[in-house]
Every structure is written in structure tokens, then in C-alpha cells.
Design a protein around this ligand. Structure first.
Ligand code: AVW
Length: 308
């Protein structure tokens, strides 16, 4: 009997030990598996998403803060109190850690509010396909303001930004092009800023278009065509003056009587705006002439007024 009891106890101990060994093995396996999985995830999350457009501008914070303080230093009297640090924080909150195809107008609403300011009547200058020329003009005359000359537009002109789900939450390598997805930060931001700029316009407004574009100076799919003209308020804006500029020596693809200008006039007339159109608005043409002084279009006296 005692030897039978002894062997039963030995068996029990054996089963117990085997059980403990299996449990330990399972624990070790689970730990190895868990660590492999988290390592895999970490490695995966170190890679930012890849897009076709250029990435976030390096030193974005410093650039935004520098432009903000710089603009305020010159025009604080017109703008009143603006908090540059809050502006930066609100930009950051709008995009950091987010998938850059899921930007929404709600994301950028606080930023728009922090940076908005009134624009004097008769000063708003819109543009399409004349980016360089229009800004050469506003920098030299200061008679008019484009969106990029306002506080908001000035701070963000020419820079790009987008978020990424992986650390550090900002993608410096690439951002979506406007054609890659509609809800990309640049497109959402500039459409909102353009809408706000158009809504604020009053009195007589101007638009500088490019008459050397083969496909027509006015495109209804442009921001000017799809956002700005639809948000001009007919109760505040009395007249839209079109300046149709041609490249000096370049093709004269369209004049004020051209097809796309007629289309633009129709849209504006339907919205009850008075419209005028001028080919090669002279103050701007003279700026083009700085680079083409010898071209016939640039001679200060035309043949008919030249002294004999
Ligand atoms: P533009 P808009 N993809 O010269 O009337 C990438 O055609 O549109 O003039 N970038 C784009 C796109 C797009 N589909 N559309 C616009 N952009 C950006 C703000 C791009 O940076 C002012 F108030 C391009 O250089 C003007 O009255 C810039 O927008 C009006 O919107 C201008 O495109 C000019 O926009």
C-alpha cells in the first residue's frame, strides 16, 4: 500500500510539474509574440505616409511666428491685438497627427477667427494665373490688397504643411497634392481663406486675369471662379473691374471681348454686379516693362503722340 500511495503521489507531482512547465512556456510564448507585434507596429508607425506633393516646410513654427510678428510690427495699428503664439497653436491643432486627406473646415475655423481683420472698401484685388505679377504690383503700389497681402494670407503664403498619424505627427517628407484628395490641408485652408476674403470685400473690387493663357483667362473651376465670385456680397460690392494682362511679347490669347471673359461677365451680371474690363491696365503693364523696356508695348510715347 505505501508504495502504491508513493507512486500516485509521484504521478501527481509529475502532472503538476508538467502543468507548470506548459504554463510557463505559454507565458514566454505570449510575451515573445506580444513584443514582436508591438515592435512591428512601432516600426510601421515610424514611416510617414507617402504623398506626391512637397512635405511640410521645415521650421514651420519659426516661419509662421516670424511672419506673424513681422506683419504686426508694420501694421498693428490697423489690426489691433493679435496673438501670434495662439495663431501657431491653432494651426498646429488643425493638422498635427491627422491624416492629411481628412482636413475639415471645422479644423481651420479657430485659425480664421484669430487672424481675421476688416479690409477697407475699394481695396480688394483678386487674381487668377497672375500670381507673380499681381504681387509685384501690390508690393510696389500698396493701393490694393490681395489675399496674400492680408494678415492671414501673408503668414501662410508659399508654405506647406500636413499631419501624419505617426510620430512626430507632422509629415516633412511629403503632403498630398490638391489633385490627390479634396480634403488636404492646403486646399481646405486656401478655400476658406479665399471665401473669407471675398465675403469681406466692399465697394469697387478688381481682378487681374491672364490673357496669355491658351485655355482662357477665366476658369470657373479656379478658386476665383468657384469660391470668390460666389462669395462676393452684391449688397456690399458695387462693381467688379477686370484687368486683363498679357505677357509682354507673349501670346494675346484673349482680350476683353474673349469667350471666357464673356462667361465671367454673364456670371457677374446675373449676380447684379456692374462690370468693366480693361486690356493691359497701364500701371501694371509698366511694371512688366521693367523687364522688357525695349518692347514696343513699353514705349512711353505711342507713334501718334510722338513729336515729329
Ligand atoms: P490660380 P486661382 N492644385 O492661379 O483663381 C494646386 O489657378 O485658383 O488662381 N494648387 C492650387 C489649385 C489646385 N487645383 N488651385 C489653386 N491652387 C493654388 C486666392 C496654387 O498655389 C486669391 F485670393 C496656385 O498657385 C486669388 O484671388 C494658386 O492657388 C485666387 O485665390 C493660384 O491658382 C487665386 O486662385
Amino acid at each position: 500500500m505505501p508504495s502504491q500511495r508513493g507512486s500516485a503521489r509521484r504521478r501527481q507531482r509529475g502532472v503538476l510539474l508538467a502543468g507548470i512547465a506548459i504554463l510557463l512556456l505559454a507565458l514566454v510564448l505570449a510575451a515573445v509574440l506580444a513584443s514582436a507585434l508591438t515592435r512591428g507596429k512601432k516600426e510601421e508607425s515610424l514611416e510617414p505616409l507617402r504623398w506626391q506633393g512637397r512635405g511640410t516646410t521645415r521650421n514651420l513654427r519659426e516661419i509662421v511666428l516670424g511672419r506673424c510678428y513681422g506683419y504686426l510690427a508694420e501694421r498693428r495699428a490697423e489690426l489691433g491685438d493679435k496673438d501670434c503664439l495662439k495663431i501657431w497653436e491653432s494651426l498646429k491643432d488643425a493638422f498635427i497627427h491627422k491624416n492629411p486627406c481628412n482636413a475639415t473646415t471645422e479644423d481651420y475655423q479657430p485659425l480664421m477667427k484669430l487672424a481675421s481683420h476688416p479690409i477697407p472698401c475699394n481695396k480688394s484685388l483678386f487674381w487668377s494665373k497672375t500670381n507673380d505679377l499681381v504681387h509685384l504690383y501690390t508690393k510696389s503700389s500698396r493701393r490694393f490688397l490681395t489675399l496674400e497681402d492680408t494678415f492671414l494670407g501673408y503668414m501662410f503664403d508659399g508654405i506647406s504643411w500636413c499631419g501624419d498619424p505617426s510620430a512626430p505627427g507632422i509629415n516633412y517628407e511629403s503632403c498630398p497634392k490638391w489633385s490627390e484628395c479634396e480634403g488636404n490641408p492646403g486646399s481646405v485652408f486656401w478655400k476658406m481663406a479665399s471665401k473669407m476674403f471675398a465675403e469681406a470685400a466692399c465697394g469697387v473690387v478688381q481682378v487681374m486675369l491672364n490673357g496669355s493663357i491658351e485655355t482662357g483667362a477665366f476658369r470657373s473651376s479656379s478658386i476665383f471662379g468657384s469660391v470668390e465670385i460666389l462669395n462676393l456680397n452684391p449688397d456690399k460690392v458695387s462693381e467688379v473691374q477686370i484687368w486683363l494682362m498679357h505677357d509682354i511679347g507673349g501670346p494675346q490669347s484673349e482680350s476683353c471681348s474673349g469667350y471666357s471673359i464673356k462667361k465671367l461677365k454673364n456670371i457677374l451680371e446675373e449676380r447684379n454686379f456692374k462690370i468693366t474690363c480693361e486690356d493691359n491696365y497701364r500701371p501694371v503693364q509698366l511694371l512688366q516693362c521693367v523687364h522688357n523696356p525695349d518692347h514696343p508695348d513699353c514705349s512711353l510715347c505711342t507713334n501718334s503722340t510722338e513729336a515729329p
